[in-house]
Design a protein around this ligand. Structure first.
Ligand SMILES: Cc1cc2nc3c(=O)[nH]c(=O)nc-3n(C[C@H](O)[C@H](O)[C@H](O)COP(=O)(O)O)c2cc1C
Length: 354
């Protein structure tokens, strides 16, 4: 029998809830984010734009605009458009190696964005300070305990630890191991959000009990009704099982490949063939190393857009985490949030009753 009760669900209506155990364990995360629930929808390039982001925040979660490769002008427009669709707080995700990072930080400051998430590597010198000067809180990704400590010392206000079950660019360690390494060491004095492979509320309950102040999900929200992802992208998600969400494989040590988790398709096979071909050209001296590495790096350029926007799920990059197997149908964000909260609350209640 579900312990939690839900009274009103509907896009834009938010959720009237009685999830008191979840609320208590998320209290620090809720206060930090200014949202009802410390459930971030991790930024997903092309997917996390005004519609999905505002829907997440309106449903009581915390939406994050994916800046990706946007210009400062485009980001300016997107933040304004998102703000027009929600009066709730939302964040902006900036990629650390973006050539205009500091201009993007300025755009966020001009719009008084409350939280900036820095993704894609160690924040460059001065970036954390610049974000804070602009009045926003800074959230960073911590790939190891040592780096997590360093990021907190450098001014990060909160950390996300993300395991390799996640969709998109990933590190080598699983969520369960990162959580065991990092939460007992840092979660008491710092705000830690756990990400990667979370598909149900029972998993949220576990990480909260281990000390996390909240969680971040991407795959679970990517195909919500409010997501603008192409219907074929969504269908590919509904058909897939966990084992279809594979990581890109590096064939040759001379040709580095940044691991990305996405659904296996023709594009992934062609990427393997491309690496073999370029390695052969290198062996034959037909291409220089720099040119060879560039060819590999550029293979996936524009591939996520092809999948998400054009619906080319055969040749594009259908980034998805291993939790994809739990997603079978399109649902409004408010419904997904309500389900996650019900599952979390029920799990917490069952354990306390035992
Ligand atoms: C389609 C897709 C695109 C993503 N793009 C980004 C991105 O642009 N920046 C980023 O920091 N993370 C990106 N991510 C990672 C998510 O923000 C989130 O951390 C991740 O999806 C959480 O793990 P899960 O997929 O297992 O829920 C992406 C994930 C997906 C599925």
């Amino acid at each position: 029998m579900p312990i939690a009760r839900r009274e009103a669900i509907g896009p834009g209506e938010g959720i009237i809830q009685v999830h008191s155990k979840t609320k208590a364990l998320m209290a620090r995360g809720n206060e930090f984010l200014g949202s009802d629930w410390a459930i971030l929808c991790g930024a997903m390039s092309w997917v996390s734009e005004r519609n999905l982001v505002s829907a997440i925040s309106n449903a009581g979660g915390f939406g994050v605009v994916a800046c990706g490769a946007m210009t400062p002008e485009l980001l300016d427009t997107e933040i304004a458009a998102t703000r027009a669709m929600t009066d709730k707080p939302f964040g902006v995700n900036l990629i650390t190696m973006h050539p205009d990072l500091f201009d993007l930080i300025e755009v966020c400051a001009r719009h008084k964005v409350s939280h900036v998430v820095l993704a894609g590597g160690i924040p460059p010198k001065g970036s954390v300070e610049a974000i804070k000067q602009g009045g926003a809180k800074v959230i960073c990704f911590a790939p190891t305990l040592a780096l997590g400590k360093k990021l907190l010392r450098s001014g990060a206000d909160a950390l996300v630890i993300e395991g390799m079950e996640a969709g998109g660019h990933i590190g080598p360690v699983s969520t369960s191991v990162l959580a065991q390494e990092i939460l007992p060491a840092l979660a008491e004095e710092a705000l830690i959000f756990v990400a990667g492979g979370i598909g149900r509320g029972e998993a949220i309950a576990s990480y909260l009990e281990m000390g996390a102040c909240g969680v971040q999900l991407g795959t679970r929200f990517a195909c919500a009704s409010e997501s603008i992802a192409h219907p074929d992208f969504k269908k590919a998600f509904f058909r897939a099982s966990a084992r279809d969400a594979i990581t890109s494989v590096q064939i040759d040590p001379r040709l580095p490949v940044i691991p990305v988790r996405a659904l296996k398709n023709k594009g992934a096979e062609e990427f393997t063939a491309k690496q073999i071909e370029v390695a052969r050209l290198l062996d034959e001296g037909a291409v220089e190393m720099a040119e060879a590495q560039l060819q590999i790096e550029h293979f996936w350029a524009g591939a996520l857009r092809r999948a998400v926007i054009d619906g080319d799920v055969e040749n594009g990059s259908v980034m998805a985490g291993q939790s994809v197997g739990m997603i079978k149908t399109e649902e409004p964000v408010a419904q997904i949030m309500a389900t996650l909260l019900d599952e979390c609350e029920t799990a917490l209640g069952a354990r306390q009753a035992a």
